[in-house]
Design a protein around this ligand. Sequence first.
Ligand code: TZP
Ligand code: MG
Length: 215
Amino acid sequence: MKCRPLRKMLRFYFITDDNAPSCPPIQQTRIALGAGATMIQYRNKSFSDAFLPEILQIRWLCSEWGIPLVINDDIGLAERVGADGIHVGQEDISPTVARQRLGGEAIIGVSVSNLDELRNTDLSSCDYIGTGPIFPTGTKTDAKAVKGLSGLKAIVDAAPLPVVAIGGITAHNTRACLDTGAAGIAVISFISRAPDPKANAVVLGQACGIFESHQ
Ligand code: TZP
Ligand code: MG
C-alpha cells in the first residue's frame, strides 16, 4: 500500500467515532469511502474483543476500496487485523517500536501538537504527522490548545514530513487548511455526528478536491 504517494493518501483522512449517537463505525466507514476518503483510521478508546467483527468488517471494506486502514494507538490490534499502519500519540508506543513490530511497509503517523513537541519527537520511523486541534473540537475532551491556521502553518513549515490537520475540520475550513501546505485533513464528527453524514462526507470530499486530483 505504501507505494501509493503518501501525500495523496493523507488528503481526506477519516477517523471512526465509537461514540456517534446514530451512525456506527461500519456505516461511517462506508459513507467516508463512498465520498472518496483516502485513508481510514479505526479509533476505539474502549476496544474489546466484542468489537472484532466491527474492525474486521472495516478491514474488509478498506481492502475492497484499496484504501489504507490505520489503527489508533493499539499495536496489538494493528498486528491482529493486518492493518496497514498505526497512528500513535505522544504517550503511546514509540514510532520506533511500532516500526520494528509492523515492518518497513507500515504507515506510521504520530501526533504533534506544537513546535516543542515537533522538536522533541523522534520522527525517524514516522511517515506523517497529525497536528491539532486546529479549531475547537468536542470530540477529544483532552485535546490541547487550539492552534488555528497560523499554528498549523508553523508546523507545516517546520516539519520534515507531510502534515495532516485535525480538530474541528469541516468542509468550510478544509481549503484554508490545505492552503497552509498541509497534505490533508483528518475528520471525525463532521461526518460521524452530522444529521446527514453522507451529505457532509460528499461536500468534504469535494472540498478536498478528491475527484479532481484523481483525474
Ligand atoms: N486529535 C486532536 S483533535 C481530535 C483528535 C483525535 C478530534 C477530532 O475530531 P473532530 O470531531 O473532527 O473535531
Ligand atoms: Mg493515542
